[in-house]
Design a binder for this molecule. Structure first.
Ligand SMILES: NC(=O)c1ccc[n+]([C@@H]2O[C@H](COP(=O)([O-])OP(=O)(O)OC[C@H]3O[C@@H](n4cnc5c(N)ncnc54)[C@H](OP(=O)(O)O)[C@@H]3O)[C@@H](O)[C@H]2O)c1
Length: 311
């Protein structure tokens, strides 16, 4: 098995999160099944899902067929670390429970390893189940206090339906507010992290508060400008006989942040999983990059910001 796929990190909940996972955003049939199968075959045990990706039903279906195929995979549900996320229109207490049950049903499992509040936003829902926008395309806020949503997440934890609970896209300010109300602190904050958005201060804040930070869009999500093409990254890749993608993923795990890269091409999985810690000199060179770019920008989707323009 690829060495890095065996590695886990401890969460404050006492669960262990595999350092390398598989992202599933935008993956749909027919690309989704071969990617999940190859990832599991290679030894990946961490799968990052979300209700809003509209593919949990397929992920559940493919996992069931994987569990049945012992000859090829030899893997059971409890070998996996399955993550999902509560959508922005489901923050009210009762909605948390119904959204969670739907995710369990879709993923065909009776528990999750980690359930995250996807964004610090609560929006009204439109007739199609998406975030409701006003005439100017601005998402309409539904005033549900984050303390209400978090208390429902804590109930799911107490009921044993989820092993760890956490958040996503939370800034230090959001976390500080949540920590005031929380009985159980979030085990994870999943945020965008790559050399163009390193968020050093957020990492420090989370470390102090024992919140594990998971790096999403670690390869820059295929957007331009791409840190994969930055001269410092390309130079290290040449010197270390790695690909630029491997350098970015290695940088992330060297900082102690688990990664969930996504690919629609199964033949890229081995490359994305076969990574190793970088030396101090390479880390310094990448940390000296000054380009700043957020690839997942809520202003583009909903014309509202939760990051106050921070980069
Ligand atoms: N919590 C949140 O709000 C949030 C937001 C965004 C993402 N996420 C999670 O994080 C996961 C990863 O983020 P992401 O999907 O935005 O993007 P990503 O993993 O940073 O990048 C994916 C892009 O990189 C390409 N790629 C993959 N492997 C490559 C390689 N070895 N060499 C060159 N290019 C490569 C992919 O193209 P191909 O498909 O052609 O390989 C795709 O265009 C998501 O799938 C999702 O699970 C969470």
């Amino acid at each position: 098995m690829i060495e890095m796929l065996r590695k886990t990190l401890q969460l404050s909940s006492n669960a262990a999160i595999p350092v390398v996972g598989l992202g599933t955003w935008t993956l749909q049939p027919p690309a989704l099944q071969p990617v999940i199968e190859r990832a599991i075959e290679l030894g990946c045990r961490h799968i990052d899902c979300a209700a809003i990706y509209e593919n949990e039903k397929y992920v559940g279906e493919y996992l069931q067929s994987i569990f049945k195929n012992n000859e090829r995979f030899n893997v059971a549900r409890n070998d996996l670390f399955i993550v999902s996320k509560l959508w922005n229109t489901k923050h009210s207490r009762e909605d948390v429970f119904t959204a969670f049950e739907q995710t369990l049903k879709d993923l065909q499992t009776d528990y999750l390893d980690l359930y995250l509040i996807h964004w610090p936003f609560s929006f009204h829902e439109d007739e199609r189940g998406y975030s409701k926008l006003d005439a100017n395309g601005v998402a309409i806020i539904k005033p549900v206090p984050i303390s209400e949503t978090w208390a429902a997440m804590e109930e799911l934890l107490a009921q044993g339906k989820v092993r760890s609970i956490g958040v996503s896209n939370f800034t230090a300010t959001h976390l500080a507010e949540l920590l005031k109300a929380a009985k159980v602190k979030p085990a994870v904050n999943q945020v965008e992290l790559h050399p163009f958005l390193p968020q050093h201060d957020l990492l420090t804040f989370c470390e102090k508060n024992e919140i594990r930070v998971v790096a999403y869009s670690p390869l820059g999500s295929g957007k331009q400008p791409s840190s994969m093409e930055h001269p410092a990254v390309v130079k290290i890749a040449k010197e270390m006989k790695m690909t630029p993608a491997q350098v970015l993923l290695s940088w992330a795990i060297t900082r102690g942040t688990p990664i969930i890269p996504k690919t629609s091409q199964p033949e890229r999985l081995e490359e994305n999983f076969d990574i190793k810690p970088l030396d101090g000199e390479s880390m310094t060179a990448i940390n000296a990059i000054t380009t700043r770019f957020r690839v997942v920008n809520p202003v583009e989707f909903w014309k509202v910001d939760c990051f106050d323009g921070e980069l």
